[in-house]
Design a protein around this ligand. Sequence first.
Ligand code: XMP
Length: 507
Amino acid sequence: MQEKIIILDYGSQTTQLIGRRLRELNVYCEIVPYNKFPQDDPEVKGVILSGSPFSVYDERAFRTDLAPIRGKYPILGICYGAQFIAYTCGGKVEPAGSREYGRANLTTMERGNKLLQGLSENSQVWMSHGDTITALPRGFRVIASTAEVEVAAYQAEEEPIWGVQFHPEVFHTTEGTRLLQNFVAGICGCSQNWTPDSFIETTVDELRRELGSDKVVLGLSGGVDSSVAAVLLNKAIGKNLTCIFVDHGLLRKNEFQEVMRDYESLGLNVIGVDASEKFFAELAGVTDPEKKRKIIGKGFIDVFEAEARKLADVKWLAQGTIYPDRIESLSITGMVIKSHHNVGGLPEKMNLKICEPLKWLFKDEVRRVGRALHMPENLISRHPFPGPGLAVRILGDITREKVQILQEADHIFIQGLRDWKLYDQVWQAGVILLPVQSVGVMGDERTYERAVALRAVTSTDAMTADWARLPYDFLAKVSNDIINKVKGVNRVTYDISSKPPSTIEWE
Ligand code: XMP
């Protein structure tokens, strides 16, 4: 039995953060749309109502029938969540004189209150709201205020309901995690035992129950998500799992062989397919980035399908989809799977059911699970790498010769990052082969050769990124090594653009 907190999502941009904070407290939680509360789930220990871009009296406001929840579980409303509870229980919510946004200090009336225990006097909180609660419902009382907001936190007398006008989940609410812990542990009674080991144990049990003796196929990419998914499934169903790793010829230098070795040493049943001929033939002369992506996407499905059809009786397609891939918090219309997933359309075509064992995990949790599964560190901490591989790092058309030049330059850069202990300090790094040639001089000879750009960024989720401030001495060494060792390159530049307005990849 996996005790859990349900977070009802009303569309706030910080809903995911509430989930992150609870997971950091080793409490399992699920974020569900505001109208999808899981009825009669014996594992639910408490409910949190998130913030929202709407006002409670807005026609478009998301409303939940609280009757099946009230009295049955402890409830915490955050921002809109707090206003929605107050409003539907008979209180009054009105536009604040001006939008309140930013830091405020909390004065608590009840220091011993279960929700506020352990918070310091004048604790800093973060406000972001246009409305304010002007009257509480009968039987509710104020437990904390700020200079501007009288009802900064409240509690119901007769039932386990709390509300806070500020956002405990954001970084600027300095003791927000303490408050959330008070709610989930102190009030809801969660035992904070959600750890990688407990995840592995429950997931392996569930997979065994769900899959029985069915055959499962999974596409490996060399990336951390699909690798961890494969090892978990292997632990659950062993040889009934077949993994397929397609080499489109656009991977890093020696990557296919190295990753295949890692997979085999993990005991995985992997079919490695060298399909590079097909991809190079189909990509010949193509320069448009989106066309390249489409050709590679379709080629990947063709190869994967051909291999999967050779296996008898496959019933399931497993994928390394993780939680952020599925959350479409702002539309709340349901879960949307990102279109970049490599095997789009295949499940319908082959009549396969989908199995996604990591679908509730965030990226850092996937890494923690991988470590708990004793997977090699080079698989776990590997930088993200785009599905179309080096094709989107070669500007212009693709040839084997260009791929080879890029692989050599990329290898020097990445190995250099490892040697200088910089690899784990950047989110992602690589080299881009530019479609320009420039004049140089080597020995007494004039050269007219290619230029490359080094790209290294820091990020937490690839949505935004900044260029990594790599040491000059390091850049000098890499530049020197590339120009001296990679035939055909006589100029190295460093990309100092952030995202936005640029992107991480050049295509
Ligand atoms: P951008 O270039 O959009 O990249 O800033 C954000 C992240 O996504 C990766 N990326 C891709 N991954 N298929 C993928 O599987 C793609 O077509 C693709 N394009 C970009 C990129 O490497 C970065 O991590």
